[in-house]
Structures are given as C-alpha cells and as structure tokens.
Design a binder for this molecule. Structure first.
Ligand SMILES: [Zn+2]
Length: 507
C-alpha cells in the first residue's frame, strides 16, 4: 500500500442520492457512475442493495457496466444485507462490501437498543461473513465522533482482527472540529495494533461547514481514504465535497505530501452532470465548481491578474476542466462531425437518440450562429433524460403580452394517442403548464422552477429545471430550447415522464 496515495471513495450515488429530492433513475445512476470512472475515483459506492429492489438493480448494473473503480455496496451488520450486497456486486471486476453499525452511546441505546458488547460481536460476525465473499471489506463505526474513544479503539481493533481492510471513522452528524477529529485519528494510529496494515477513512458531514477541513485533518494524521460526494451533496448540509478535498490536496501538496489519482480536468463536467441530474443547483460562490469560483470582478484583482495570473489565482480554471467556450460546430459540420463531438464530450448515444439530437442541433445551428460545447451538452442531457418517455411534446403555441390574457395550446403524443388542450394562466409558463396538466390528466404540485441561460448572449439556449411532487415523492425535470417557454414545457414533461416511470415501473 502506497502511503502517499489517498483513496477517493465517492458516495454521490449512496449518501447524496438519499438526500431529499435527489433521487435518480437507473439510467441516470449509470451516467453518473460512468462519469465518476472518467474522473478517476478509486471507489464508487453505488448504493444500499438490501434497501429496495431499485437500489439492488442499480448496484448490479453499475457493477456489470462500469469499468475502472472498485464498486462498493452498503450493508448493515446483518447477514441478509451482506448476502444482498455480495449478490449485487458480484458482476464487478473489483468490489467491496461496506458494512456499518453505530458505536456511540446515544445510537446504541436509543436506535440499536443493544449493549456495546453485542454491537461489537455483531460487527465481528458481519465482517467475517463479508470476508467469505471478498477480500475487500470496509467497516464503519457510525457516529464515531460521539463514541467513547476507548470503545472506538476496541471495536476498530476487533474489526481489523476480523478481516476488515478499510476502517471508516464517520462524523455522521457533522459534530467534529478539525483538530479534535485529527486527534481521534492519531489516537487510533497510536493505540490500535495492525492499523498500519489497513486504510483508515474519513466520512465527514458538513453541518458546521467543516466537512472538508475535518477530512483533511484526518489525512494529516494518517487517514488514507476520504469519503466524499460531488458538489458536497448528502444528508442535511451534505458531505465533504470531492472537488474541495482533491484540489486542497493538489494545490497544497507542500503541506500534505500526498496525492490522489483524480483527473481534475473532469471535475467541472462531473459537477455539472450531478447538478443537472439531481436538479440541485450549485451555489455561485461554491469553492472550485461555483459559477463565480474563477470570476474576478474587483479592479485591483483584475489589474493584478492581467499582469500575472498567479497574483490572485492559486489554481487555473483549466485545471478543473473549465475551458473558454469556443465555437465547435455549425451547420456545415455534418452528422459525422456532430457524432464525433458528442463522443469527445463523453456521451454514448443510441442511433435513434443521435438522430433526434442531430435534428435538434441543426435547428439550433439555424437559430444561433455559434454552437458551443455547453449547448451540445445541454441538448444531449435533455435527449438522454427522455429515454423513458411516456409523453412527448409535439406542438406548443403560446400567446402573451401586455393587456392580453396569457394562453397556451399544446399537443402531446402518448404512444398512439394525440392529446390536445388549451388553457390560460397568470403568465405564459403558467398557461402552458395548465394546458399540459389538462392534456395529460396529471396535476402534481410544482415545488420549484428555475431558468438559466446555458451560455452568454440573448440568443443562448435556455435551460429550465423544476421539481414536482406527487404522493410524497419528488421528481426532477429539465428542458432546453432557445425559446424559454418551450424549455419550460419540456422540463415539465420530462418531470412527468420521471413520475410515470415511478407509477408504471421501468419498461
Ligand atoms: Zn454520510
């Protein structure tokens, strides 16, 4: 084991996917997993197989189809959880069972209702059972930062003896302070025999905004795995953000003296993909991936930058994959050129998806003189999102203006059926949504709606994102078009299609 290598364990598909409104369908999970592989994460935690048939199937497909990283599945310290995880993970080349139990007094007493000795015994049994399937077994002591240090050392020792090869010390509730967390890791390194032969891991939540700082404090004291998520998504205030810990280790190599194998130029694209699929926008001032992370406004800063970039820039935008938008394609590029660019951008399209996307690209090239990579990515994301479509927008006509009542007419195709309706509303988007609801007979609650320009200039593509709620479940929809009303209609229909998958199941 290379002591200078920090393992990046990504939990976007498990910890982040469990957070409210962030759930993804199976194809979307595959898209994220493929992108995580391109990003170069060491481990992808693909889900919690026993928790539902949907989770099980997604973990199984990721194990079968995604090459490169180790694929991990979560399991409680219960035999049937471990059996399910092993079953789902088996198709992967390299895989890991991640079993966890709580070790803090408050969790053991009120949640598990078990004495510490029983908790320890069950953990040992579970690890031994997992070891009968694979050599790669991780054990997590949930709520470690509120666990008595004596008991923590004891259970970590027992876990190592039982065969665990990675031991995770989670700050489940985001309670840790960097130097205190670092001390905890240092104590384990000092007191537990055999710890030098396994990997100690961090898993820090961000309730006090300290997830990144705590993870790095752990690394400083000897932890060699960081569990993290793209954009820092996760339960409550989220998890340690992958892009932050990775770039801190890279930019301050002088301090940490360790490395990751992350291909940092894939960071920006990973962030954008996860944000779009989960329907959770990245705050503009978010470190590394926010829209303003590399924007300089103040006169003094701009002046310094123009003289020499390093005056106010500790890392380049290019190092995280932000490149100047350049014109890549126009009408003359042809289908071949378009297909090649799609592949460069990391999209594997089916023949029918390619044809649809190409037709929309030609339309766009007519309306917009210059077609940028961002435009193509937005179009493709929109195209891929409708892999499971029940409803398709065929026609939209909308009128609004000062002194008129906004009204809309829509025609929607549902298999062989053509649904057509007209409606009015408070504004053109409202009128369009009312018409779509009437036509489809679906009236979910609209939770939030936003629209943004994909690139600068007034002829840019507009991207609408919204969340709808139906029977307590949240569904995300996105749509793009140079016409913002059409983008909004597409977003609504895409959310309805997601909802239909939930209602009717995946075909
Ligand atoms: Zn967590």
């Amino acid at each position: 084991m290379d002591k200078r290598h920090v393992v990046i364990f990504d939990s976007t598909l498990r910890d982040a996917e469990q957070s409210p409104g962030a759930s993804l369908n199976e194809n979307e999970k595959l898209d994220v997993a493929h992108q995580l592989a391109r990003l170069g994460v060491d481990v992808i935690e693909a889900g919690f197989p026993i928790s539902s048939p949907v989770q099980f199937k997604a973990v199984e497909r990721i194990s079968r189809e995604v090459e490169g990283p180790v694929i991990a599945g979560l399991a409680r310290t219960v035999a049937k959880d471990i059996d399910a995880a092993a079953q789902a993970l088996k198709p992967a080349k390299r895989w890991r069972i991640h079993t966890f139990t709580s070790t803090s007094p408050v969790h053991m007493e009120h949640m598990l209702r078990m004495k510490p000795a029983v908790v320890l015994e069950k953990a040992v049994e579970a690890i031994q059972h997992a070891c009968s399937y694979t050599e790669d077994v991780e054990f997590s002591a949930q709520d470690a930062t509120r666990t008595e240090i004596g008991f923590l050392c004891e259970i970590v020792q027992a876990a190592i003896e039982a065969g665990a090869t990675t031991i995770n010390i989670p700050d489940t509730v985001g309670y840790a302070i960097p130097h205190v967390y670092g001390e905890m890791i240092a104590t384990l390194v000092e007191k537990v025999a055999g710890v030098e032969n396994i990997v100690l891991s961090t898993h820090c939540h961000n309730d006090l905004g300290l997830a990144t700082a705590n993870s790095l404090a752990g690394v400083e004291k000897g932890a060699r795995q960081i569990e993290c998520t793209i954009n820092g998504l996760g339960e409550r205030a989220g998890n340690a953000s992958l892009e932050e810990v990775v770039m801190a280790i890279k930019v301050r190599k002088d301090v940490f003296g360790v490395d990751t194998q992350i291909k940092t130029t894939e960071i920006h694209r990973s962030s954008q993909l996860v944000s779009r699929l989960m329907g959770i926008a990245v705050q503009p001032n978010k470190a590394i991936v926010g829209a303003n992370a590399f924007a300089h406004e103040s006169g003094i800063h701009v002046d310094g930058l123009l003289k020499h970039r390093s005056t106010y820039e500790i890392m380049t935008p290019e190092s995280v994959g932000l490149t100047e938008s350049k014109m890549v394609l126009g009408r003359h590029s042809g289908r071949h050129g378009f297909k090649a660019r799609c592949e460069d951008l990391g999209f594997a399209l089916q023949e029918n998806q390619l044809q649809d996307a190409y037709e929309r690209f030609l339309e766009l090239a007519d309306k917009k003189k210059e077609v940028f990579d961002e435009d193509i990515i937005a179009l493709l994301d929109d195209e891929m999102a409708d892999a499971y479509e029940t409803f398709r927008l065929d026609y939209l006509q909308c009128s609004s203006g000062t002194g008129t009542l906004p009204s809309a007419t829509v025609r929607i195709v549902k298999k062989d059926e053509v649904l057509q309706e007209a409606a009015w509303g408070d504004g053109p988007v409202d009128a369009t949504y009312n018409a779509i609801s009437k036509a489809t007979g679906m009236a979910p609650e609209l939770e939030n709606y936003s629209i943004r320009a994909v690139t600068g200039s007034s002829e840019a593509l507009g991207e609408a994102t919204l969340r709808i709620r139906h029977e307590g479940k949240v569904f995300v929809g996105r749509g793009v078009s140079t016409d913002i009303i059409e983008a909004s209609a597409r977003a609504y229909i895409s959310a309805l299609n997601h909802m239909m998958v939930k209602i009717n199941g995946v075909k």
